[in-house]
Structure formats: structure tokens, C-alpha cells
Design a protein. Structure first.
Length: 243
């Protein structure tokens, strides 16, 4: 369980362009639950994720990780290359994804066969032949291929808390559902807590367990499958009704 209590965050305080990004947010998240956070531009979605991962510090309020630590969190930025090291190879990027096994990225394990086997197994499932291109620098891959490497890195990290900010925004309609279903089956099996920001409501159907809607930095809806129909149409209707 992870708890946020009375979280407030204001940017440009006391200036003409002051923005109240989060306003008295209190939420509880649990393991093995996929939560989608939705809302219009400027509603506070990305700010919420950045506070959870520690990139931003709230002005007021408390956070309790309850058995977790910030080292258990994997944050995936909406800008693909921020999640990778462009000048490093596919293998080098993915071997860093094993860090949550308690391994430090150093030459003592860099070429160990069991890590190579793990990386090859994960990439083979995507059927793009990336497992045979491990020495290529990721900056030379297509945008879709780079997203696949990010997805593979998520699967290898086995993080306990996964935060995703518009992770699939640059993927086409073939790869987005494929990757999300793969992530869900793997991460749910590992009892991972998943919190994802999205504007693509079609991905919520069949994936999400919970939908939180923000507006003007406040929670205006907190819905689960017991009190809401998680179809694309229902989420769209909710979004436009509340805007």
C-alpha cells in the first residue's frame, strides 16, 4: 500500500502566473492494481506522478510508502529517449534494467550469460529480431523500436511500483495494446503497483482496474470496476461530462 494525504503543490507561488497544480490530494494505492489517471491538460496528472517518484516535493501533505522505498519505483517518462541512454547499445540499456535484482551495473556481471539469456528471452517475444541486434545504439532505432526497448526494460526491472506518463503515446494501434497486455500479464504476476497517465482512453478497457480523474488539481472521480463500466465509450462520456 502507498498513501498520499493532503498533498498540495503550487508552482510560481505568489507570482502573476501562479498555478495550483495539486489541491489537497488524498489517495491510497495498492499492489497488483492498475490505476489510470486521466484529466485535461493542466489537471495535475504528471505532477502527481513526479511527486510519487520523488522528482517533485509537495508543498504540504505526507506520503507513506508502507514497506516500499523510492528505489522500488520505476518512472517512465512520456519522452521515450529520457528512459534510455541513446549512445548506449540495446544490451547496455537493458542490462541496467536488471538493477532491481540488487545488482550494481559494473563490468563484473556485464557479460554474464544468465543476464544475456533473460534479455534475449524478453526481446524474442516482440518478434522484431531485436535480440539479434544487441550491439546497436538505441539512437539509431525507430521510435517504435525504442519504445519496445523501454517496455523490455520495464519487464526486466521487476519494479514494485511502476509509474507511466503517456508511455504508449508514440506507438501505433498495433503495438500499444500488445505491449500493454504483455506488461499487465507480467507485472500483475509480480504483484506490481501500476499508476499510468493517459489521454488514450481506448487502452483503459481490458487493462485498467481503477480510474482517477483530476480537474484543476483535485480528484473529482475515483472509480473501480465495481461502480463503473470500463469501456472506451463510458470513459469518454465521463471525461466530457466532467470537463
Amino acid at each position: 500500500m502507498m498513501e498520499l494525504r493532503n498533498i498540495n503543490k503550487t508552482f510560481n507561488r505568489n507570482a502573476d502566473n501562479e498555478v495550483r497544480a495539486l489541491n489537497d490530494i488524498s489517495l491510497t494505492f495498492i499492489s497488483n492494481e492498475w490505476t489510470y489517471v486521466i484529466g485535461g491538460n493542466g489537471s495535475g496528472k504528471s505532477t502527481l506522478l513526479k511527486i510519487i517518484c520523488g522528482e517533485l516535493i509537495p508543498d504540504e501533505g505526507t506520503m507513506s510508502y508502507n514497506g516500499f522505498s523510492k528505489n522500488d519505483i520505476c518512472f517512465i517518462d512520456q519522452m521515450t529517449l529520457k528512459n534510455l541512454v541513446p549512445s548506449m547499445s540495446i544490451y547496455e540499456n537493458l542490462v541496467f534494467g536488471l538493477k532491481n535484482e540488487g545488482i550494481l551495473p559494473n563490468f563484473s556481471y556485464y557479460n554474464k550469460k544468465r543476464y544475456l539469456i533473460k534479455i534475449v528471452e524478453v526481446l524474442q517475444d516482440f518478434n522484431l529480431n531485436l535480440e539479434n541486434r544487441l550491439s546497436e545504439q538505441v539512437r539509431f532505432l525507430s521510435g517504435g523500436e525504442q519504445q519496445i526497448i523501454v517496455a523490455a526494460r520495464i519487464l526486466l526491472s521487476r519494479s514494485k511500483i511502476l509509474l507511466m506518463d503517456e508511455f504508449t503515446s508514440s506507438l501505433d494501434q498495433k503495438w500499444a495494446p500488445f505491449i500493454l497486455q504483455k506488461l499487465k500479464s507480467s507485472l500483475k504476476a509480480n504483484n506490481t503497483m501500476i499508476i499510468a497517465v493517459t489521454h488514450d482512453f481506448s487502452q483503459i478497457e481490458g487493462i485498467g482496474d481503477r480510474v482517477i480523474m483530476l480537474k484543476n488539481g483535485m480528484v473529482i472521480e475515483d472509480l473501480t470496476a465495481t461502480n463503473f463500466d470500463f469501456t472506451t465509450k463510458s470513459v469518454l462520456n465521463l471525461f466530457y461530462e466532467k470537463q
